[in-house]
Design a protein around this ligand. Structure first.
Ligand code: GDP
Ligand code: MG
Length: 182
C-alpha cells in the first residue's frame, strides 16, 4: 500500500544474454518466487513488475524487461533498450559460448544506450545455473572481478533460478545516485 508521503520511482531494467541462459527463469524466480523446469522460449515483448518498499519514503517499481525470442539474433534494437536504468547480462556457467557472448551483448548495449549523463548504463553480470557447478568459471581460470573491471561491469554474481538466490536489485544500491536523480 502506498502511503501518502511516499515517492514512487519506476525503473526499467534489462535482462539480456543468449538464448537459454535462464533470463526468463531468473525474472520469474525474482518476481514470483517460482521455477519451472519446462523450457519455454518467450515470444513477444515481455516484462515483469516487482514492487519494492525501498525505505519509509520510497517505493521502487522495477520493470524487468525480458528478451522475447529475439536474442537468437544477438542484438536488440535501440528502442528496446531505451530509458533503461540498468541491465543484467546473463550467461550459463555450463555453456562457455554464452560467456563468450557476454562482451558482445555489452557492446550492443553500450552502443545503443547511454544515460542522460553520458555514462554507460550500470550493468551486472550474472553467472547463472550455478547449481550445475561452476565449470566454465573454473576451467577457464577466469578472474571474474578482473573481467568485470576490464569490460565495464559494476559487478557479478553467481545465480541460480533453480535454487533460491538472494536478490537481484541489491547490487544496484551501490549505484543509487544514478537511479535516484529524479
Ligand atoms: P532464457 O532463454 O534465457 O529466457 O532461458 P529460460 O529461462 O527459458 O531457461 C532455459 C532453460 O534453462 C530452462 O529449461 C530452465 O528451466 C533452465 N534453467 C534456467 N535457469 C536455471 C538454473 O539456474 N539452473 C538450472 N539447473 N536450470 C536453469
Ligand atoms: Mg526467455
Amino acid at each position: 500500500m502506498q502511503k501518502h508521503n511516499q515517492k514512487e520511482h519506476l525503473y526499467k531494467l534489462l535482462v539480456i544474454g543468449d538464448l537459454g541462459v535462464g533470463k526468463t527463469s531468473i525474472i520469474k524466480r525474482y518476481v514470483h518466487q517460482n521455477f519451472s523446469p519446462h523450457y519455454r522460449a518467450t515470444i513477444g515483448v515481455d516484462f515483469a513488475l516487482k514492487v519494492l518498499s525501498w525505505d519509509a519514503e520510497t517505493v521502487v517499481r522495477l520493470q524487468l524487461w525480458d528478451i522475447a525470442g529475439q536474442e537468437r539474433f544477438g542484438n536488440m534494437t535501440r528502442v528496446y533498450y531505451r530509458e533503461a536504468m540498468g541491465a543484467f547480462i546473463v550467461f550459463d556457467v555450463t555453456r562457455p559460448a554464452t560467456f563468450e557472448a557476454v562482451t558482445k551483448w555489452k557492446e550492443d548495449l553500450d552502443s545503443k544506450l547511454v544515460l542522460p549523463n553520458g555514462k554507460p548504463v550500470p550493468t551486472v553480470l550474472l553467472a547463472n545455473k550455478c547449481d550445475q557447478g561452476i565449470d566454465v568459471l573454473m576451467n577457464n581460470g577466469i578472474k571474474m572481478d578482473q573481467f568485470c573491471k576490464e569490460n565495464g561491469f559494476v559487478g557479478w554474481f553467481e545465480t541460480s533460478a533453480k535454487v533460491m538466490f538472494p536478490f537481484l536489485f541489491k547490487c544496484f544500491s551501490k549505484h543509487r545516485e544514478i537511479g535516484f536523480q529524479n
